[in-house]
Design a protein around this ligand. Structure first.
Ligand code: PA5
Length: 469
């Protein structure tokens, strides 16, 4: 069994020292703020749990709570327990597809895309698609499309598959009507159909659909006769769907440990239910971030990730926060930065710009690979012999400590989420922590974190322009 070490949220950097001068105390939070916050967090947690109970009993929520897509909460426990056969089927189908093809194109956008991408980038080999099949653990190459309407990149991906039937499609859309996904599916399906040369049985095996119980995509998949169609459960919104087939089937094709992912998420649920406020990562992240906004004006939430593999997790979170809370003329602005890369682009502004940014670091304690070290060299024009023996993690840690010290010296406060390692267990915890925190924050401020009515406006106009209606 893989280890499941807990992730941690450390907000001590947001607290101003007790004996500091008044102007310093005004840059952070003080004990009185935490005392004020704790009962409110307990209340928001109770509201989230009550909403879940309402949902599970099938009781219609009051109008201001609709939609109430609370069913994401206990997906992990259900899939590990009473819905285990579904989880096992997801894994078996993922393994089947992995065996049958050398390339899988995953089509979807928004919540039907970003979780799978985050899992791919964080848990697979960083150059997965460049490796031999054997070094990929017998897994196919993975590509994403349908998450934009870019002509040349779509053509580019179609080029890769030309003349070969050694590939498959996973198409994901809850509504089954999203134009970007539907157009990409039409193009890739045509290409695959031609490659299969009239072998309908092959085509049926090569296309897997993940969609709602009704809608255009379901009808299309049924009429092709797709062997496997997975439902997206009712009550699970797109950006909260990474821990159902939407994220789990791509993860299974990649060869990831789906149970470990779910166990991580279930561990966070357990902490969410039982740990007191101020010792509870999901609650605390929501509450402390909110306080830094209301009391200190920090409305830009910078997720500062310290591993390349976490950048797509940051983008997944950008969507989660923006679509959930960006409503009624309110909502924090998410921004993902990857360090040290972005210290050379955004660093100046974060150090000396407007004091409207809350920086939350995400660091990873252990690397998967041995640490690369600087070796002494006869050519020391770069002055690196003085650092010989230092490793890449040493340099990264120095940069992390250095930049946080520099922020602190200018009274710019930071918090940190620590992951034991980049693996399924940590990712399951992080996904669930951030989804719960987003819902908690919505409840704290009275904004429904589910639904995204604003996104419909562009769709309406786009369709009118295209269809002349
Ligand atoms: O969070 C959401 O619900 C959205 O981001 C959707 O995931 C996105 O719009 C794609 O929708 P669908 O899965 O219906 O194609």
């Amino acid at each position: 069994m893989k280890p499941l070490d807990p992730i941690a949220y450390d907000y001590s950097g947001l607290i101003a020292p007790k004996d500091a001068p008044r102007f310093v105390r005004q840059t952070g939070l003080v004990d009185a703020d935490l005392r004020w916050l704790a009962p409110r967090l307990a209340g928001a947690r109770q509201e989230v749990l009550d909403n879940l109970a309402l949902y599970e009993r099938g009781i219609q929520p009051p109008e201001d709570k609709q939609p109430l897509d609370a069913a994401f909460f206990d997906l992990p426990e259900r899939l590990l327990d009473e819905d285990r056969p579904l989880m096992e089927r997801i894994v078996a189908v993922g393994d089947r597809m992995a065996k049958e093809v050398d390339r899988v194109v995953i089509l979807g956008i928004g919540g039907s895309y970003m979780g799978a991408r985050a899992l791919f980038e964080s848990c697979c080999h960083p150059y997965h698609n460049e490796l031999s099949r054997q070094r990929r653990g017998g897994r196919p190459k993975i590509y994403f499309a349908g998450n934009n309407v870019d002509n040349d990149s779509t053509q580019g991906l179609l080029d890769l598959s030309e003349g070969s039937d050694d590939w498959g499609i996973i198409v994901i859309s809850k509504s089954g009507t999203t134009l970007e996904t539907a157009v990409a599916f039409r193009l890739f399906l045509d290409s695959l159909r031609k490659a299969c040369g009239g072998d309908d049985e092959k085509l049926r095996n090569r296309v897997i659909a993940i969609t709602g119980e009704t809608g255009g995509l379901r009808e299309l998949a049924e009429s092709i006769g797709c062997r496997d169609i997975f439902p997206i459960p009712d009550g699970v919104g797109g950006r909260y769907s990474v821990l159902c087939a939407v994220g789990l089937l791509p993860a299974a094709v990649m060869g990831l440990d789906v149970s470990h992912l779910l166990e991580g998420a279930a561990a966070i649920n357990q902490r969410f239910r039982t740990a007191p406020p101020l010792e509870n990562p999901a609650l605390d992240y929501a509450g402390l971030s909110r306080l830094m906004e209301t009391r200190r004006g920090e409305s830009i939430r910078v997720l500062s990730v310290w591993a390349n593999g976490l950048e797509a997790v940051g983008l997944w979170y950008d969507q989660l926060l923006a679509e959930s809370l960006g409503k009624n003329g309110w909502g924090p602005t998410p921004l993902t930065v990857l360090n040290t890369r972005d210290l050379h682009s955004r660093g100046q502004q974060h150090q000396e710009g407007r004091r409207d940014k809350l920086i939350t670091n995400i660091v990873v304690e252990q690397t998967h690979r041995e640490w690369l070290a600087i070796e002494p060299s006869d050519f020391d024009q770069d002055n690196l012999n003085a650092l010989s023996g230092k490793t890449l993690p040493d340099i990264l840690r120095a940069a992390y400590a250095g930049v946080n010290q520099a922020y602190a010296e200018d009274y710019r406060r930071t918090a940190t989420i620590t992951l034991p390692r980049l693996d399924e267990g940590s990712l399951g915890q992080l996904f669930q922590m951030l989804m719960l925190a987003t819902v908690v924050e919505g409840r704290l401020v009275g904004i429904n974190p589910y639904g995204q009515p604003g996104v419909e406006a562009y769709k309406k106009h786009m369709n009118a322009i295209l269809r002349g209606k």
